[in-house]
Design a protein. Structure first.
Ligand code: FMN
Length: 358
């Protein structure tokens, strides 16, 4: 297998295999393990406070001197609909009592959101060479600032329209995220009241590759030698792999989450807005089912991202403390059951290389 291509050159890496950014799962240790083996590790900092962003970057730098990507959430912060948020707060407070979860749902007045714009100076000061982003596009001014410093920019698209839009904005590469992918959908050009794109990787990768001239990273459902080769055949020049690393030794996932992946079937994941207010794929569990029942019964509405995400934070944290997989998000892709492995990130990465070479 000839690994070198436009992307390995652009990113300064040996293998075009990217450990996907996974907020809440990816640790600096995971990023460094992949970087040290010649792949690209991605450090997720979406929505984090500037101080936490700096701390994670410094920690990662202490573990590797290879390039790694930092991943941002490029969305705007919406206004809070107080009446919708208050009803959700009441629902979550009652559910936490019913589920014996020791937590206080934050008051609407106390909610604080961080925009990605607060993180840019840190990335520039720390001379981060690669910045990937999802949920939207960086402002023209910020794109220009990064480009002036030679930073490689990677945007996320879930349909051809978004990919073309990102290329016109001047990004250097595009992550094509199929509907199989675990975690949040990167969708950003679809109005909130319309159905989001649900194009599978098999259809999405070649169509995006046909419509843009910059390199495409394939993401969603990839995690063994066969799927990596298939993605390259379809026109990708790199693969971005998430679910395969969730159960790794360096993952921040609780043990019940890792175990759920081992027992999962291909049909066990679903798209939901219940945890964060944004469509995301995770293993179906009781929280998702209860929210659906409540919506049907009382007309409860889910506040938009990131409001719902913040309202459920203490609730999910309390569930995680109890190792309770039924009351927290278990983001996972459709192939997570066959790709997730309880090994070190380095072993998983080396297995992938070997499978492709075979
Ligand atoms: C637990 C989890 C968290 C994720 N968090 C992020 C994130 O912070 N930023 C991002 O761009 N994508 C995020 N994603 C999406 C991944 O980057 C990637 O698109 C996806 O995992 C690929 O599909 P796969 O899970 O089938 O490998 C997340 C995915 C998972 C499973």
């Amino acid at each position: 297998m000839i690994w070198q291509n436009r992307l390995t050159q652009l990113l300064g890496i040996q293998y075009p295999i990217i450990q996907a950014p996974m907020l809440g799962v990816t640790s600096p240790e995971m990023v460094a393990a992949i970087a040290n083996l010649g792949g690209l590790g991605s450090l997720p900092v979406g929505g984090l406070a500037p101080e936490k962003t700096l701390e994670l970057i410094k920690k990662t730098k202490s573990l590797t001197d290879r390039p790694f990507a930092v991943n941002l959430f490029a969305h705007e912060i919406p206004e809070i609909d107080v009446s919708v948020a208050r009803k959700m707060t009441d629902y979550l407070q009652n559910l936490s009592a019913e589920q014996h979860l020791d937590c206080a749902i934050p008051s609407i007045e106390s909610l604080k959101f961080h925009s990605y714009t607060e993180q840019i100076q840190i990335l520039l000061d720390e001379q981060i060479p690669i910045v990937s982003f999802t949920f939207g596009v960086l402002t023209d001014e910020i794109i220009a600032q990064f480009k002036a410093r030679g930073v490689v920019l990677i945007g996320t698209a879930t349909c051809v329209k978004e990919a073309v839009f990102l290329e016109q904005k001047g990004v250097d590469a595009i992550t094509a995220q199929g509907v199989e992918a675990g975690g949040h959908r990167g969708t950003f050009l679809t109005p909130a009241n319309q159905p989001i794109p649900q194009v599978g990787s098999m259809s999405l990768i070649p169509q995006i590759a046909d419509h843009v001239s910059i390199p495409v990273l394939a993401s969603g459902g990839i995690g063994d030698g066969r799927t990596i080769k298939a993605a390259f055949m379809l026109g990708a020049e790199a693969v971005q792999i998430g679910s395969a690393f969730i159960a790794s030794a360096e993952s921040l996932a609780i043990s019940a989450y890792k175990e759920s992946l081992q027992d999962a079937q291909d049909t066990d994941s679903a798209l939901t807005r219940a945890f964060s207010g944004r469509w995301a794929r995770g293993l179906s569990n009781s929280f998702m089912a209860k929210m659906d029942v409540e919506i049907a019964r009382t007309g409860l509405s889910i506040p938009q991202y990131p409001i719902q995400n913040s309202l459920t934070t203490t609730f999910r944290g309390a569930a995680q403390k109890q190792n309770n997989a039924q009351m927290t998000n278990l983001w996972a892709g459709q192939s997570a059951a066959s790709h997730a492995q309880m090994k070190s990130s380095a072993e998983i990465f080396n297995d992938l290389l070997q499978q492709v070479e075979q």
